[in-house]
Design a protein around this ligand. Structure first.
Ligand code: NAD
Ligand code: DAU
Length: 354
């Protein structure tokens, strides 16, 4: 069995759902259920004997130790994190606590468990740490994409905290021999994406006839990957990755934010036409930029393709169409995540930007 942390969030939930669709190997899910954690993402597993959900903090080494001792997983996959750059700018402390201190306690608990395993089991254990391309900083137009040897230059409290966690994971391998793997992935999109991030925010705002807030000139570039491709890449690294290695994961899909927003508008106009507003793009509104906004990310994903044979299955065109359709088909999910706390965040983040 495997232990998955952060499993009620966007990528963690997709990972658990896809895992159990493909394997019968059970999953223990550990999630603190912060504002970003949503048990509704895992509703389809209710009553499934292969899945056990535990509410808890990766920083609670006692709880993690008990879970490890009781369930004896062959792998720990760490998705748990504070993940939103804008929130890290407004309030970095939770990012330091979970992404750095939490990862440290998780590593300690896994190290203690691993040290007590018999030799055969010891070599089989895996700690897979899910990280981000943002640790590499920002690229200028024409710069080569981030490879695994690109130096770390994190620019936001979020990316700095993820960079610190990557360094801890690396150190636990180098110093103690803990069998770790690290993945650094580009921007994901797809089902269950919390609508504080660009793509789902634009979809839900456009459907509600609300402004589509584009930061600065909208020419910042991200490399977009459909979430199910990311999950497949993680499964591949887990099975075939070389211990202590880092694998960059990306979609070969560099797009400017404004282009993304126009694509979403065109898809909504086609799939959910509104006679009162034939063009959703009239809602596009330029707002004050994000402080320290990284201009461009691009991932060089050749290592994982060359060594492990993974490459993305979805094109951006097919993935974004599926994503928009998912939001149209899951309006109740959207209504339920837009709680009072969500509305307060939207008010706080966008009020001063107009
Ligand atoms: P998310 O914010 O949607 O989900 C994070 C989950 O972690 C939530 O369910 C939350 O409740 C849980 N969590 C937070 N603090 C916790 C703690 N202390 N203990 C246990 N659980 C806790 O994030 P996501 O977009 O699904 O990202 C998952 C991971 O992938 C993160 O580590 C992120 O850095 C990384 N990542 C994300 C992207 C992306 O585009 N979203 C890209 C590359 C890497
Ligand atoms: O690159 C991987 C990272 O991608 C992950 O590590 C992060 O967890 C994930 O949140 C994401 O970070 P970004 O900051 O790139 O994602 P976000 O969706 O917040 O923003 C994408 C781009 O869109 C970015 O350039 C900022 C811009 N943006 C965002 C919002 C929320 C806007 O123009 N308007 C908005 O309202």
């Amino acid at each position: 069995m495997i232990l998955v942390t952060g499993s009620a969030g966007f990528i963690g939930a997709n990972f658990v759902l896809d895992w159990l669709a493909e394997h019968d190997e059970p999953v223990v899910s550990l999630d603190k259920l912060t504002y970003a954690g949503n048990l509704e993402n895992l509703t389809s597993l209710n009553g499934d004997p292969r899945h056990l959900f535990v509410r808890g903090d990766i920083g609670d080494a006692g709880l993690v130790g008990e879970l490890l001792a009781q369930h004896r997983p062959r792998a720990v996959i760490n998705f748990a994190a504070e993940s939103h750059v804008d929130r890290s700018i407004r309030g970095p402390e939770d990012f330091i606590q979970t992404n750095i201190v939490g990862t440290f306690h998780l590593l300690e608990a896994v190290r203690a468990y691993w040290s007590g395993l018999a030799d055969g089991e010891k070599t089989g254990l895996r700690f897979l740490h899910v990280s981000t391309d943002e640790v590499y900083g920002s690229l200028a137009k024409g710069d080569p994409a981030f490879s695994e040897t690109h130096r770390y230059e994190p620019n936001s409290p979020y990316s700095a905290s993820k960079a610190a966690s990557d360094h801890l994971v690396r150190a636990y391998h180098h110093t103690y021999g803990l069998p770790v793997l690290t993945t650094n992935c580009s921007n994901n999109y797809g089902p269950y994406h919390f609508p504080e991030k660009l793509i789902p925010l634009m979809i839900v705002n456009a459907l509600a006839g609300k402004p589509l807030p584009v930061y600065g000139d909208g020419q910042q570039i991200r490399d977009w990957l459909y979430v199910k491709d990311h999950c497949a890449a993680i499964r591949c690294v887990l099975e075939k990755g070389r211990l202590g290695e880092v694998y960059n994961i990306g979609g070969w899909n560099e797009k400017a934010n404004l282009e993304i927003v126009h694509t979403i508008c065109a898809l909504l106009d086609e799939l959910a036409p509104n006679p009162l507003r034939p063009q959703s793009s009239v809602l596009i509104t330029y707002v004050q930029d994000r402080p320290g906004h990284d201009r461009r990310y691009a991932i060089d994903a050749r290592k994982i393709e060359r060594e492990l044979g993974w490459k993305p299955a979805e094109t951006f065109e097919s993935g974004i169409r599926k994503t928009v359709q998912w939001y149209l088909d899951n309006r109740e999910w959207v209504r339920n995540v837009q709680s009072g706390a969500y509305r307060q965040w939207v008010e706080k983040n966008y009020a001063g930007r107009a």
